[in-house]
Structure formats: C-alpha cells, structure tokens
Write a protein that binds this ligand. Sequence first.
Ligand SMILES: Cc1cc2nc3c(=O)[nH]c(=O)nc-3n(C[C@H](O)[C@H](O)[C@H](O)COP(=O)(O)OP(=O)(O)OC[C@H]3O[C@@H](n4cnc5c(N)ncnc54)[C@H](O)[C@@H]3O)c2cc1C
Length: 483
Amino acid sequence: MNKSIWLENEVTFDKVSSNIQTDLLIIGGGISGSNVLYFLKDSPYKITLINNTNNNTTCNSTAKITYLQQDIYTKISKIYSQEKAYEYYQSQKEAIKLLIHIIKTEKIDCDLEKVSSYIFSNKKKNNLDLEKDFLKNYNIPFQLKKHLPISISCNHAIEVKNTFMFNPYKYIVNLKQKLNRYKNISIYDQSLATSIKKKKNGYVVFCNNKKITCNSIIMACHYPFSIEKDFPFTTYLERSIVSAFPYSYENPFSMINLDQEVLSLRTYQDHLIFLSNSHNINCKENILKEVKKHENKTQHLFQKKGEYTWINHDIMTNDHLPIAGLIQGSHIYILTGYNTWGMTNSTICAKLVSDLVLKKENEYIKLFDPNRSTNIKRLVNDFLYSISSGSRLLCDKFCKNKDFYQENVKIVKENGIAYGIYIDKKNQEHKVYNLCPHMKCNLIFNSFDKTWDCPCHGSRFDIDGNVIKGPASLNIKITKDKN
Ligand SMILES: Cc1cc2nc3c(=O)[nH]c(=O)nc-3n(C[C@H](O)[C@H](O)[C@H](O)COP(=O)(O)OP(=O)(O)OC[C@H]3O[C@@H](n4cnc5c(N)ncnc54)[C@H](O)[C@@H]3O)c2cc1C
C-alpha cells in the first residue's frame, strides 16, 4: 500500500500471543482508541487495547484540528436545527481545548502548530453565506476574505483563528507509548479481533487464535464489526486522494472549500498537503483514473508532482453527527462516524465514552447517541444512500466492468465461486476469494495500492487476502482461516 507522509518510521507494540483477562477491551488503536485510553488511564480498570495496523484512517488524514468544517453548521441546521448545530460547534471547541490540553500536559511531540483555518468557494451559489450567518448569529469571531494565503482562485473566504494542525501518527504513537507505562494498561499491535461472543458476565473476543475475556468492549475500530446495527443504512464512506510535495510558503495555514469538487490544503514543515477527488466509495470509477485526475489537478494548480500520494476513506453519517455511546442492551461502547473531522470528534467522543464507562455526566450523550431516533429528513437521506449502496451491490453481482481489470488481474468463477487473481511482477499468482466476508459484496482490485477493496463498506485486503481494513474481520485466503 502507498504510505502517507506521516508513516515513515513505524513503531509497533507486541502482538497478542496468549489468552488475556481484562476489565475493558478497546478494539482499535487509531486516534479514537488512543484518546479513550487516555481518558480512562486513571480509572480502577485493567484496560487492554488491541490494534490491527497503523496504516489506518488517522495516519492517512490531513490532521487539521478545526471547528471550521466546510458547511457543517448549515447541514446540521437543515436536518435538525440551528440550536443543534450550535451544540455541535460547542463540542468541537471543547474537543480542541481537550486535545491541546493532552498534548501540552503529556508533552506529546507531534509537531503541533497554531494556524488560521479558512473555508472558501469559487461558486456564486454556495453555503458560505449561510455559514457566515451562523457564525454571526452565535457571535463566533471570523473574518471575511477575498484572497487566500496561497495562490488558488477564490471568490469568498472565511477565516477563523486559533485552530491547529499536527502530525497524527506522532500524536497517537507517542501518546500510546506514554500510556503503555501505566500498570493497568496493555497495548498490542498486529492483533486483529475476528469475532465476539457474548458470555454471561461479559464477552470473549477472538484474536490471533487467542481468547480475550472482558466485561465491556469499546469499539474504536472505525467501521464497527460483529454488532447488529443499522450502520450500512445510516452511513456511507467517502474516499479522497491526498498528496504531499515540497512547497515554500510564508505562514502555515489550513483550508478547505465548500464546492462540489472538494479541495483541501494544509502545510506541514516544507511540504504542502493537497486533497482532492472526494467520492462516495460506491462511485464506480477505476481508482487509477481517480489518482490520475488528482495528479493532473496537482500539476495544474501547483506545477508539482506528489512526493507522497495516498488514498483514505472516512465514515460519513447521514445526519452529519458522529456516533458515540453505549449500544442498547449491551456492554459495548462505540465511537465513529466523524464525517472527515476525526481529530476533534474522536476527542470529544472519547471523553463521552470514558464518562459513560466511569458513570459520569456528559453533556453530549444525546447529541451523539448511537440509538438516536431519526427524523423525516434523516430518513430521506438514509433512504437515498441505501438505494445508492444497494444498486452498487446489485451492479457488482450482475455486471462485469472490464475497465477495472488490467492484464495482471483476473476474476474467475469456479463451481459458482468467484476468485480474484493478481499476477505479480515475478509472474507469481496470488489467488483469493472475491467476496467480502462482511456483507458478501464482490471486491474490486485497487491497482494503485495493490489491494482488494470492498466498494460497499470499505474493507480492504492485501494481495494474499489478509484484512488490512475493516469492517471485515476475516481474511479472504483460499486456505480456510482457523480464527
Ligand atoms: C482523506 C481524509 C482526510 C482527513 N483529514 C482530516 C482532518 O484534516 N482533520 C480531521 O479532524 N479529520 C480528518 N479526517 C478524518 C479522520 O482521519 C478520521 O475520522 C479518524 O482518523 C478516524 O479515527 P479512528 O481512530 O476512529 O479510526 P482509525 O484511525 O481507522 O483507527 C481504527 C483502528 O482500528 C484497527 N482495527 C480495525 N478493525 C480491527 C479489528 N477487528 N481488530 C483490531 N483492530 C482493528 C485498525 O487497524 C485501526 O488502527 C480525514 C479523513 C480522510 C479520509
């Protein structure tokens, strides 16, 4: 897989290699899992965190820490109300405070920078005016701008100060290394939870052919697995292409537009990080074509070629609010659905989940409730997204799109079973099942990363069939997986 600018010197913890008994099990060691662990570090509980891989959503993000998040306040106001959008704004302000507090008090080396954030647009019809009205109504300080601190065209922009950005990999690794010194905490990498069994007083989680027995589980694994929820119907996945290249600039900045064709930029040391080509992963487009479009845009706007180029996707909720809390009728907590704003949302949701575990009050329980009741506008969104996912699934079952498969990739059917074959440079065949174990969607070969990707819910597998991204928790190897 192509790696992001952040993932140069990877540090990993030990693997799970024996049975474990623990009070709390956190599944997932991205920013969500790391932040929950931080908020629970002084609790009386024995806590175990297991993580599959570091090449996760967090370490492939652009890692801006801001409350100016495209037209999020307009979108939430349209589905719910301005008051709810303001509640969300307050949660983001509090999240920034908490995150900066963690970084400062724990002295986490993560290249934190204080910057201005901008949202901008080139279109006459856009939500920038509505965002401006929202900020004005609630006396949130901002400035209107005609120009950006970089030479890309812009009709209008809004600037807010006192926002941040950092290196997300350094943040989670350095935080986890500090937390691993606590007596009640154990952290593991390369440890994939494959299934969960309910027991009388808790759960048994299977991982690396070992058993982890626990009282409660915190699902911090991005797309949750092994729980019955309406996830596929209330969320969708958005994928973007990101690149980083050397760039000289006067002052660091962070910005994103509101236009249909998303452009997001930030500086990092002597590089510019540029994101474009954001799509629902359902969109039937060959990934190489998407990368090419992104490269052409980079060339056109900056006359540069990406020194690093990578792909990442995040979970989008149909009502634009994250999902965090206790799953009804269980001892499983969940935090996810950050709508591409996970640096702040993982922090505020981690605080919320830790408060629930510690039986403390928290003012955002209702706002992010995973069991929240739906309203008619959200239902319409859910319906439209489900149709799009369903049609994608049917299309995969019945149509063959030859464009996806190049000469070194074959999809074959033997005795009614679909297999995917990738032939590597040494002419060696890598054959896997072409069916995602999660919800039985057919997989698409990603020629850019050399992975098998699920177009329905984002699971990814390497050419030998190992899971590298959930929700799938079983591999697609031809030899039967014993887990
Ligand atoms: C292109 C892009 C740019 C973004 N830029 C920004 C930004 O500028 N600012 C911002 O605030 N947000 C941004 N985001 C959003 C942000 O990156 C995510 O919301 C956030 O990183 C999600 O964190 P997480 O910890 O929930 O998930 P992850 O980082 O994916 O962590 C989940 C972890 O769980 C592990 N795992 C999964 N399944 C299992 C299992 N079965 N057993 C064990 N471990 C498992 C995985 O290996 C992984 O390490 C961006 C997102 C994208 C796609």
